[in-house]
Design a protein around this ligand. Structure first.
Ligand code: 5GP
Length: 191
């Protein structure tokens, strides 16, 4: 998505440790118009896939997930993070290792919001090592829902998550794929 690449070039900052900061429009301050534009692009890519629900994880996936959910007219469910395991039987839960914070999070969704006949599109802001997406797939699988694909705003193509998920036969669509980045700038993969 050309407009996303241009926005990253204009507003993104590359931090040490391979972290791209896009706090001006996606991760801190939210550019609501642009979120809706990205959501429409995700809806276009997955048109006809029969998506019934968007699944993401709090907090930074929620904005783009809402963009997609609004464009596709389906509910947006976000996995909630908690420090402890929830022992009640009414939730699906798993553990996600956070790339940016270096810690493990227990995440959960209430069982009532994921049904076996759901066709789930997993949406997130970034795809790096793929741990967040794997955790969300795990939650969907526990519910016997079908995962129709993954959409993320920015994939870091120099980390292996996206290619590993595609290697499993999963449809993964990234609106921008960063091929490499350093203090001199960001280079995108041609899609
Ligand atoms: P993964 O689980 O694929 O390794 O990492 C994805 C998650 O880590 C995303 O949900 C995102 O919040 C965070 N993340 C990974 N890389 C970056 C990055 O370069 N910049 C920002 N802002 N978040 C990132």
């Amino acid at each position: 998505m050309k407009s996303l690449e241009e926005k990253i070039l204009r507003e993104g900052k590359v931090l040490p440790g391979g972290v791209l900061k896009v706090g001006s429009f996606l991760n801190h301050q939210i550019d609501a118009d642009f979120i809706m534009e990205m959501g429409r692009e995700i809806a276009r890519l997955f048109e006809g896939a029969g998506v019934t629900k968007i699944l993401t994880v709090e907090a930074s996936g929620i904005a783009i997930a809402i963009g997609a959910g609004a464009a596709m007219h389906v509910p947006v469910l976000f996995a909630k993070k908690s420090k402890t395991v929830n022992i009640s039987g009414d939730v699906y839960q798993t553990v996600i290792h956070s790339f940016t914070h270096g810690v493990d999070y227990h995440v959960m969704v209430e069982k009532q919001f994921l049904q076996p006949d759901d066709k789930v599109l997993i949406v997130d802001d970034f795809l790096a090592n793929g741990k967040a997406i794997e955790g969300l797939m795990n939650l969907a699988t526990q519910s016997d829902a079908t995962v129709v694909g993954v959409a993320c705003a920015i994939e870091k193509g120099f980390q292996q998550g996206g290619d590993a998920l595609r290697g499993q036969g999963l449809r993964v669509e990234s609106l921008a794929i960063v091929e490499r980045m350093d203090e001199n700038g960001v280079v995108f993969r041609t899609q």
